[in-house]
Write a protein that binds this ligand. Structure first.
Ligand code: MF3
Ligand code: CO
Length: 291
C-alpha cells in the first residue's frame, strides 16, 4: 500500500472512480494500523468484485464435486476411483483440478485416510472400509481462478472417538469462521480454532496451514492456528483465504513420507481430521465461498 496515488487519480482497484472517492480512506486506515506494528495485507491480496465473481464460478465446481462425492463415496471403493470422479466431473464442468501437476503432485485430488494428515495419494490399493475416516481435498481452476475446500467422509460405523474428532474438527472451523470480520486479525480466528481443539484434548498441526487463494492456488497470507488473538495479518474486505486446521487426536507431531515427499502422517499413528472452507472478508463480516 505504499504507491502514492493522487487524490484525483483513478483508484488502484479498477473501479474507475477517483482514488479519493474510492479506496483512499481505506488505505489510510490500513496504514494507521500498520504504524501500530501490525502486519497488513498488500493490494494484491484484495480482490475486486469482478475477480470475486470469477472465483465464485470456480467455487461452484468445487462444491458440486464434493456434493457429488458425498452421494457416491462408499465402503469397498478405492481412493483411485475418487480421483477419477474428481477429474472427470471437474473437466466436464470446464475446470481443471488444481492439484494435478502442482509442484509435481501426481493426482487430481488429495485423499487422506485415518492417520494420514493431508496430501494422501489416491490409490487403487486403498480400499475404504467400515470405520475409516477420510478427508477429500478438492481444488479447481476455472479460467485461471482458484477454489479450494475439503470435507470429511465417514465410512460405515466409525468409533465414538473418531466421530468426536471429526465433529470437533468441524466445530473448530465454524468457531474460526465466526472471528472472520474486517479490521480483526487472523490470530483471532487462529486462537478460536486452537482453543476449541485444545479444550477437547486434541492438537492442531503447526507446520501446515491455510492460505490466501483465488488468483493463485496458494497466496499470502499463510494461515496458522497456533496463533494469538490480536496478532497475525489484519483482515480487510476483499481478502480471501482458507480455514483448514488439521486436528490430531493425539500428539501434534507429523512426518512426511520420505519416498514420495508428499503424504503427511501423524507421528503417533493416531487419526487426524480436517475440514477446509474458503472465506471472503466482506464489509459486514464474511462470506463462505466454498466448503
Ligand atoms: N488442497 C491443498 C490445500 O488445502 C493443497 C494440496 S497441494 C497438492 O492447500 F498439490 F497436494 F494438491
Ligand atoms: Co487449502
Amino acid at each position: 500500500m505504499t504507491d502514492k496515488l493522487g487524490r484525483n487519480d483513478p483508484c488502484w482497484c479498477g473501479s474507475g472512480k477517483k482514488y479519493k472517492l474510492c479506496h483512499q480512506a481505506f488505505d489510510d486506515k490500513i496504514q494507521a494500523i500498520a504504524r501500530m506494528g501490525h502486519v497488513v495485507p498488500h493490494r494484491e491480496l484484495i480482490k475486486n468484485p469482478e475477480q470475486i465473481a470469477k472465483i465464485k464460478e470456480s467455487c461452484k465446481i468445487n462444491i458440486a464435486v464434493l456434493d457429488h462425492l458425498e452421494a457416491h463415496i462408499h465402503e469397498g471403493m478405492s481412493t483411485a476411483e475418487i480421483d477419477k470422479i474428481v477429474y472427470d466431473m471437474t473437466t466436464d464442468m470446464g475446470g481443471v483440478p488444481a492439484p494435478l501437476n502442482y509442484k509435481g503432485y501426481p493426482y487430481s485430488v488429495c485423499t487422506s485416510v485415518n492417520e494420514q494428515v493431508c496430501h494422501g495419494f489416491p490409490s487403487k490399493d486403498v480400499i475404504l472400509k467400515p470405520g475409516d475416516i477420510l478427508n477429500v481435498d478438492c481444488s479447481t481452476i476455472l479460467d485461471g481462478y482458484f477454489s479450494d475446500s475439503s470435507r470429511m467422509f465417514c465410512i460405515g460405523e466409525i468409533s465414538p472417538e473418531k466421530k468426536k474428532l471429526v465433529q470437533v474438527a468441524k466445530e473448530c472451523v465454524e468457531l474460526g469462521l465466526k472471528e472472520v470480520k474486517p479490521w480483526g486479525f487472523l490470530g483471532d480466528m487462529g486462537q478460536a480454532v486452537h482453543d476449541h481443539a485444545f479444550a477437547n484434548g486434541y492438537t492442531v498441526v503447526r507446520e501446515i496451514g491455510g492460505h490466501g487463494v483465488g488468483l493463485e492456488f496458494h497466496e499470502e497470507p499463510w494461515v496458522g492456528y497456533n496463533t494469538r488473538r490480536g496478532e497475525e495479518m489484519l483482515m480487510v474486505p476483499g481478502m480471501i483465504f482458507t480455514i483448514e486446521p488439521m486436528v490430531n487426536m493425539g500428539k501434534v507431531d507429523i512426518y512426511i513420507d520420505d519416498k514420495n515427499r508428499w503424504e503427511v502422517y501423524t507421528e503417533d499413528g493416531l487419526p487426524s481430521a480436517q475440514w477446509e472452507i474458503m472465506v471472503l472478508v466482506t464489509e459486514e463480516g464474511s462470506e463462505v465461498l466454498c466448503w
